[in-house]
Write a protein that binds this ligand. Structure first.
Ligand SMILES: [Zn+2]
Length: 112
């Protein structure tokens, strides 16, 4: 079964995912449907006080806020170093733990 949104997950599955990689995630924003939606969300302030960056998944279009621990983990997995400041930066993924069994295609992008 192809899953397209976090809303497709049962409570238990969401809990399981949360206990894995996404245990270090704050609010997961609703699915973005257009480039304008994405840009608007990237420009909006975080709702989680521990958040340092947004992550955007190209496959399922969910966009969680993440803390510094998960940012470091994503950078390590993606094989790059984190910049000193995450201001105006966000992570983009080809797939994530919510829509696939693994997180792939991790890149750091500048918010335009
Ligand atoms: Zn995803």
């Amino acid at each position: 079964m192809e899953r397209n949104s976090i809303l497709d997950f049962s409570r238990n599955e969401r809990k399981r995912v949360k206990e894995n990689l996404f245990g270090r995630v704050g609010l997961v924003h609703a699915k973005t449907t257009s480039k304008d939606d994405l840009e608007e969300l990237l420009d909006s302030p975080f709702e989680w006080d521990q958040a340092v960056a947004y992550v955007y998944c190209r496959k399922c279009a969910t966009m969680p806020e993440i803390n510094s621990e998960l940012a470091a983990h994503l950078a390590l997995s993606g094989g790059f170093l984190l910049p000193e400041s995450m201001d105006c930066m966000y992570f983009e993924l080809a797939s994530c733990m919510l829509c696939s069994s693994e997180t792939t295609g991790i890149v750091l992008k500048q918010i335009e």
